[in-house]
Write a protein that binds this ligand. Structure first.
Ligand SMILES: Cc1cc2nc3c(=O)[nH]c(=O)nc-3n(C[C@H](O)[C@H](O)[C@H](O)COP(=O)(O)O)c2cc1C
Length: 387
């Protein structure tokens, strides 16, 4: 074989020149989180003097779909702003009604409230101040009016974890989460809107996880849905430069495997992204990860309107921080909950298994367990969100 080409684990063609380059590249071999952790990856409230910008800056740490950070703000004065969805950052293929994008807004609101309390302000939030809006009005009508009032308040106990929380897509270890552990998390989440339920039954759990995993199989084989991930996918220097989107590093991929995959996907070519054996390898790893889950937690609302999505986002973010406080990571497995056409069969199967009928809706389904922290995701600068 004159040109020395190898078909590697990623299912892609790699040349000897590329492997030689890897020998010189030590950056990809580190198995640790970079020393700075989340620092230098997120804006900081001390960068501002205006109380509303400080609180917004803390809110930006919120979990949000594909880390598109689909938020924009109109600043009213030093203490008040309007939050809108940034309509350019929604995910029409995998989230046709923008339900998940609004869950991300609710998560922002939860972190904004915690942040304001830690800064010594009372947060006030008025949802949908100009009323409910339709899909075509996204970005034009506000999601919420956000106000910070100066007086002494009790710091939210979750404030200290704002920067530390992360979506953890790694392997989980140890025992299944117990009812007792879950109930402590639930109590401290102080959920306002969702019914939050745990499946930790050793007999039920594996088949539930298989169903959630199958959702990813369907997404990967739906060209439009899977291509949307490509559009928000970042490799190498783009990760720190663009400060958004998804990448292999926050997914825990390391070393040679990551270097090869990032090199092959550099350029973001559709051909490489939709490569059949590449997808098969990804799904194999994803299956292994999912099956190490120590429980599945679902967030269900009685209705399925804008306000339910927003309030669910608040419950979700508070749950994630409380779980972190108690030594647990979580990771959403959202595919079977989504509304794109090819997932409908699995969506219906999931709903009948969970005994959920419209207008009730399972808004989030997440795996939970103990694991090791992975690389932190970035956030754009606060000024990038101001209109
Ligand atoms: C509504 C919603 C749905 C999500 N669905 C998924 C998912 O299906 N798979 C996944 O890996 N992460 C999912 N996430 C997590 C986001 O990708 C994550 O919050 C974002 O990349 C930022 O990373 P961080 O949470 O570590 O800060 C979801 C988050 C939200 C708010």
């Amino acid at each position: 074989m004159e040109r020395k080409e190898f078909l590697v684990a990623s299912g892609m063609l790699v040349t000897t020149a590329m492997l030689a380059a890897f020998a010189l590249d030590t950056s990809g071999a580190s198995s640790e989180i970079p020393e700075e952790g989340y620092k230098n990856r997120r804006p900081h409230p001390n960068d501002f003097t205006e109380p509303i910008l400080k609180a917004i800056t803390l809110g930006l740490n919120a979990p949000n779909p594909h880390n598109t950070q689909a938020w924009k703000f109109k600043i009213v004065n030093d203490h008040e702003a309007l939050l809108f969805v940034d309509e350019k950052k929604i995910l029409p293929a995998t989230d046709p009604p923008a339900r998940q994008i609004h869950i991300g807004c609710g998560s922002f609101v939860a972190m904004f409230r915690m942040g304001a309390s830690g800064l010594g302000y009372t947060p006030q939030v008025e949802y949908l101040p100009q009323g409910e809006y339709s899909f075509s009005e996204i970005g034009n009508k506000p999601v919420a009016r956000l106000t910070v009032v100066a007086n002494s308040v009790n710091e939210d106990p979750l404030f200290k974890h704002i920067y530390e929380r992360q979506t953890n897509r790694g392997l989980y270890s140890g025992n299944l989460i117990t009812e007792k552990e879950f109930n402590i998390i639930l109590e401290r989440t102080t959920s306002q809107h969702c019914e939050i339920k745990l499946c930790n039954d050793p007999v039920e759990l594996p088949s539930l996880l298989e169903l959630l995993y199958k959702g990813m199989e369907v997404e990967c084989n739906d060209w439009n849905a899977y291509d949307e991930s490509r559009q928000w996918f970042r490799v190498k220097d783009d990760i720190a430069e663009k400060k958004d989107g998804i990448n292999l590093r926050t997914g825990g991929m390391k070393g040679l495997k990551r270097w090869i995959a990032e090199t092959m996907l550099n350029g973001y070519s559709k051909k490489a992204w939709h490569n059949k054996s590449g997808i098969e390898n990804y799904l194999k790893t994803y299956h292994e990860v999912v099956m190490t889950s120590k429980g599945v937690v679902t967030f269900t609302t009685g209705n399925n309107q804008l306000i339910d999505w927003l309030k669910c986002g608040e419950d979700y973010a508070r749950f994630q921080l409380t779980a972190y406080d108690q030594g647990f990571f979580i990771h959403p497995l959202s595919q079977v909950l989504q509304e794109f056409a090819s997932i409908k069969k699995l969506h219906d199967e999931f709903n009948s298994r969970m005994k959920v009928n419209a207008p009730s809706k399972v808004q989030m389904a997440v795996r939970i367990g103990r694991g090791s922290p992975l690389e932190y995701s970035y956030r754009k600068n606060t000024s990038d969100f101001i209109v």
